[in-house]
Design a protein around this ligand. Structure first.
Ligand SMILES: *Cc1c(COP(=O)(O)O)cnc(C)c1O
Length: 440
């Protein structure tokens, strides 16, 4: 078998299964096959080359079935959006919109006004502004209030969030000088007080959302820190990250600070993520006092950090259910997942297990996304043992399911492939069964 047998690009382009595929993609697949043959690998036949072209031609970003039981799986795109939210995105983005056009006056409007009205109505904040993500929100805070000056943070709150967000590095990237106070486990109000100097621009609290410091600990109450800031004319802010707008203890989760609680404590500005517990698109939301938010809005960095119409439409759609908290479970997919009862999960696991010929075992789901560290939500898992069909090991089984269309992503533990029904969306059970049926 030689390079001469390589199928010609022109011939492949005429292949009935490759109708509509462009020549560059076909050339890339043929070049890859040439390299394989030059490397001495067994030549692929025409069918395999056509399959390789189709794989190259398919979109790279794909939907997957999340059977991991991690509700806010950052690797899998965090919060899934409700169909109503997507319909709003399609309506606003598929055509022209009033993104920056005031329909009352016929003049230029602000892209920020649309969701700001919703955010203030939901949270009671005086004012709000949306940026690209919560990391951008922290950058904007530090740049606006502490560039060339100092931002004071407790040593117990110098967080790193997965995906390379390190609070100290973001703060320093803004041109603010970081002043660390207290110790890893204990920080007192007097530590902040002692750090106050004419150069102090910002007192920043950050929510240690992805770890816990337990034992001999002390943290400063946000009410006290806010009072200290007010007394000295220094802005206070809190990076809450998780983005909680409602109390989730009714789902059996431990208490977590909400945006409203932080604002009620007197903190000037609160920053949260749009795609964590809020259940919306990637966004960073800054809420708080009117004059502080006005300064954030006026920062030239806003032009670089502003969200686009897709994100704003998705955020507007995702926020609207919060006006009716009783509808959240139906209107915000992650809330529905968090609300699923062990009984409902056991029934769903039983159904799926029957169809797969697998067993049901008790287990735990997690919230994920750097929220609720160490908290486990009771669930029931479908446990598939290897060997399965021709797949000798559980790793081979997991790899084959990742290669399904759509890919099915589960958990591998103790030599078993586990599917958690908590994170399956409508239709995912059938897709999972189909993926198993198509396995070799
Ligand atoms: C997640 C998180 C961030 C980063 O949020 P992104 O929206 O992912 O940029 C920042 N701070 C805290 C406390 C977080 O939990």
């Amino acid at each position: 078998m030689t390079l001469r047998d390589l199928p010609a690009v022109g011939k492949l382009l005429a292949h009935p299964r490759l109708a509509g595929v462009d020549a560059a993609t076909v050339r890339e697949a043929v070049a890859a096959e040439r390299s394989r043959r030059l490397a001495g690998l067994a030549p692929a036949d025409e069918g395999a080359i056509v399959a390789a072209v189709l794989a190259l031609a398919a979109p790279r970003l794909r939907r997957v079935v999340n059977a991991t039981g991690v509700v806010l799986n950052t690797n899998l795109g965090r919060a899934p959006l409700h169909a109503d939210v997507l319909a709003h995105v399609a309506a606003v983005s598929g055509g022209y919109s009033n993104l920056e056009f005031d329909l009352d006056t016929g003049k230029r409007g602000s892209r920020h006004a649309h969701v700001e009205a919703l955010l203030t109505r939901i949270t009671g904040a005086e004012s709000a502004i949306v940026v690209n993500n919560c990391a951008a929100a922290v950058l904007l805070l530090a740049d606006t209030f502490a560039r060339g000056r100092e931002v004071v943070v407790s040593r117990g709150q110098l967080i790193e969030i997965g995906g390379s967000f390190r609070l100290p590095e973001v703060l320093e990237a803004s041109g603010a000088r970081l002043v660390e106070v207290g110790t890893t486990n204990r920080t007192y109000l007097r530590d902040y007080e002692r750090a106050l100097r004419p150069e102090t621009g910002l007192l920043l609290l950050s929510h240690t959302s992805n770890y816990r410091i337990v034992g001999f600990t002390a943290e400063v109450d946000r009410t006290d820190l806010a009072a200290l800031g007010r007394a000295h004319g220094v802005v206070t802010a809190e990076d809450l990250g998780s983005g909680l707008l409602v109390d989730l203890t009714r789902f059996g989760l431990p208490p977590e600070p909400t945006v409203q609680a932080s604002l009620a404590a007197g903190v000037d500005v609160v920053a949260v993520s749009g795609d964590k517990l809020l259940g919306g698109p990637q966004a960073g939301i800054l809420l708080g006092k009117r004059d502080m938010i006005a300064r954030l809005k006026a920062n030239p960095l806003m032009r670089a950090l502003r969200p686009d119409k897709l994100a704003l439409a998705a955020l507007e759609g995702a926020l609207r259910p919060y006006l009716r908290p009783d509808t959240l479970e139906a209107a915000v997919p992650i809330m529905g997942m968090l609300a699923r009862t062990p009984d409902a999960l056991q029934a769903a696991a039983g159904r799926l297990a029957d169809r797969l010929g697998a067993r049901v075992i008790p287990g735990a789901s997690t919230v994920g996304g750097g929220t609720f560290p160490g908290v486990e939500l009771p669930t029931f898992l479908v446990a598939v043992e290897a060997p399965f069909g021709d797949l000798a090991s559980v790793d081979k089984l997991a790899a084959a399911l990742r290669a399904s269309d759509p890919p099915v992503i589960g958990r591998v533990a103790d030599g078993r492939f586990l599917l958690d029904p908590r994170t399956l969306l409508d239709g995912d059970e059938d897709l999972s069964v189909a993926a198993f049926q198509a396995l070799p």
